[in-house]
Design a protein around this ligand. Structure first.
Ligand code: HEC
Length: 172
C-alpha cells in the first residue's frame, strides 16, 4: 500500500515536472512552420467532431440553387478566398504561412463530402486556435447558409458561379 501511494505520488509529480521542462526548454512547437505534435491533428479533430455531432443543424436554411450559390460566392470572395482559395488558383501567401493548413475548398473534394450543416456550424463558430474565424457576429444565418451551400457544392457549382470565383481570385 505504501509502495503504491509512493508510486502514485511520484507519478503525479513526474508528469507535470516533465511537462514544465518540455515547455521551458523551448521544445514545444510554436511556429506555424514546425511539424505537428504526435496525435495533435487527431485529438483536435476528435473534440471538434463530437461537438458538431451534437449541435450542427441538419436541415439547410436555403436551397443550393443558382441565386444562393452566386450570393454565397460573393461573400466567399470577400471573407474566405484569401485562406481557402478559388477554383484553379494557387495558394495565397497567407494560406501558405498558416498552421494548420487552410484546406483549399475547390481542390479535389474540398468539403463536398461534409453535410452543409457541418460547414454552416464551422462558419458560424470558427475553429479555435487554427485561424478559422467564426462569422456569427458579422453575417446573417441566410448568408452563412449561402456560403455553406457553395462549399458543399464545390467544383459542381454552375459555370457562372465558377467564372465569378476565378475572376475574383485573391491577389498575392
Ligand atoms: C484567416 C484564414 C481563414 C479564413 C479567412 C477562413 N478560414 Fe476556414 N479555415 C481556416 C483554417 C486554418 C482551417 C483548418 C482548421 C482545422 O484544421 O481544423 C479552416 C477550416 C475550414 C473548414 C473545415 C474544412 C474541413 O476540411 O473540414 C471550412 C468548411 C471552412 N474553413 C470554411 C470557411 C469559410 C466558408 C470561410 C469564409 C466565410 C472561412 N473558412 C474563412 C482558415 C480560414
Amino acid at each position: 500500500m505504501v509502495k503504491f501511494l509512493l508510486g502514485l505520488l511520484i507519478g503525479l509529480l513526474i508528469f507535470p515536472a516533465w511537462g514544465y521542462w518540455y515547455v521551458r526548454s523551448g521544445r514545444m512547437p510554436v511556429a506555424t512552420a514546425a511539424p505537428p505534435l504526435p496525435m495533435e491533428r487527431q485529438l483536435a479533430h476528435m473534440a471538434l467532431n463530437f461537438q458538431i455531432e451534437k449541435s450542427a443543424p441538419e436541415k439547410p436554411g436555403v436551397p443550393a440553387d443558382e441565386p444562393n450559390l452566386m450570393a454565397g460566392a460573393k461573400l466567399y470572395v470577400a471573407q474566405c478566398a484569401v485562406c481557402h482559395g478559388v477554383p484553379a488558383d494557387q495558394k495565397s501567401a497567407i494560406a501558405k504561412g498558416m498552421f494548420p493548413d487552410p484546406p483549399q475548398l475547390f481542390h479535389l473534394t474540398g468539403v463536398t463530402d461534409d453535410p452543409p450543416g457541418e460547414s454552416f456550424w464551422k462558419i458560424q463558430n470558427g475553429i479555435r486556435l487554427t485561424g478559422m474565424p467564426g462569422f456569427k457576429d458579422s453575417l446573417t444565418d441566410t448568408q452563412m447558409w449561402q456560403i455553406a451551400q457553395l462549399v458543399a457544392t464545390g467544383n459542381k457549382v454552375p459555370a457562372s458561379v465558377s467564372d465569378f470565383l476565378k475572376k475574383n481570385a485573391p491577389k498575392d
